[in-house]
Design a protein around this ligand. Sequence first.
Ligand code: GLC
Ligand code: CA
Length: 568
Amino acid sequence: MSFTAPLTTPGLALDPHWHRRAVFYEVMVRSFMDSNGDGIGDLAGLISKLDYLQWLGVDALWLPPFFESPLRDGGYDVADYTAVLPEFGTIEQFRELVTKAHERNMRIVIDLVINHTSDQHPWFQASREDPQGPYGDYYVWSDTDEKYQDVRIIFVDTEESNWAFDPVRRQFYWHRFFSHQPDLNFENPKVHDEIFDVVRFWADLGVDGFRLDAIPYLYESDGGTGESEPPTHAFIAKLRAMIDEEYPGRILIAEANQWPHEVVEFFGTDEQPECHMAFDFPVMPRIFYALRSQQATELERQLSEEVHAPEGSAWGVFLRNHDELTLEMVSEEYRQAMYGWYAYDPRMRANVGIRRRLAPLLDNARSELELAHALLFSLPGSPFLYYGDEIGMGDNIWLPDRDSSRTPMQWTPDRNAGFSTADPGKLYLPVVQSLVYHYNQINVESQLAQSRSLLHWVRNVIHVRKAHPTFGLGTMRVLRTDNESVLAFVREYAGTGTHLGDSAERILCVFSFAHNPVSVTITAEGLEGAGLHDLFGGAPFPPVGDDGRLTLTLGSQSFFWLGADAAR
Ligand code: GLC
Ligand code: CA
């Protein structure tokens, strides 16, 4: 497969606010490409696929942990923060990945998992064996398991308590996730120093940013919820100050599965900035809710309440990632409805969520896949794609936990989907061979050969998005419509005129979630009398009335992105 005509974003390479316009792509090293035939994806394999990612239009990669680890939580159980897991490659290869990515104007963001380590980490081993020694205070130890009773359990499928008893030290240790992931003790200033050194190590290797995994949970206190407690924010602000001082331009991304008004605190304040980006957890499940309920109302409400990310910062929007589709940010009623639609088989559930990939969730319906992506690429914030979703890869719910959607990338219809030359039995996880999503049909090579494939469609949307900085930099205003199935908003950007395409612009985005054609009248306040044209093909549309009203018809589950000309 050869990839010419890379999709780049004008002016992005030198933009200090690059994260506000970038298209991110989450790729697990283990799952993407195996270069040496041992059945496990690796850094060299990922390097060999950078041309593909550049062709697709990806501006930044997010790599989940690829560090030394027993892999009992997909690498989020780190046993050595500054060593690459040998089966993934070497530090030298990581350096090469950074260089080759940068040559293509592509940035690299890595995961920083600092709330906890693996119980195999030498710090924990030392801490349990020698309470008085230098590592004795690196973790949160207690004689009882009664403290912090108000703190919720996250992995409800596997854990009954946030405390576990260690038979060696004969004390309990605190863990917010699996019991093999003891939480680090942030009350200990030495832990701060260690983490700063880890950040320096990777920043020195050239990484462009860090995703702060499980960031709300650093500190807990008596009577507190263990989420976003003040010292947690103080620590992030301190980390940000160090980054700004020593590595200006590198970014921090908060993974905080919370409501917008809580997440927004992770951006910090003007005096004490924290993260450059934060994932938008509440909006994601509402997209899925709208698709099945055929109602835009709940999504509309959420977007109207959306707290604006402060100047220079951005939301990270996503449809799926390597975790379950979390339903923590929806009411019980909506959650039950979503389980009914999307996880009718109990096997499809995990914790408070659904462990399926995008295409199977949407039952491989092309119109829904397009509608969902159109939202992803036009909502305020920067989009994060999950590897394989650009070709509509399937999942395997017979695999345990979140491995269901971490199977090998499907490149070709050949053995192991072109992912590896290993004996198929040796793969880290089997390739998908289900009736609908078999790698014979669903793979990059065959979609490249079909001009109307999902892959080409996604690439084209990325192309259109890149041509309009408004999507990344503009504000959003939800508009009133007379049809409950239709969501309409306008993205507006004043423009800087500093480079091509960066000029004042208004884009009207309209989405119909109805499963049949509809007609809608939109009150397009501020767009009175404006001419409209389709952003994809350029075709003119009837103008907005002088009273600001616009009547449109939409096919089932469809959308428009309409550029608005200056009022006549
Ligand atoms: C984050 C990761 C998830 C991991 C957890 C514990 O939520 O996304 O995969 O299991 O942190 O590290
Ligand atoms: Ca390998």
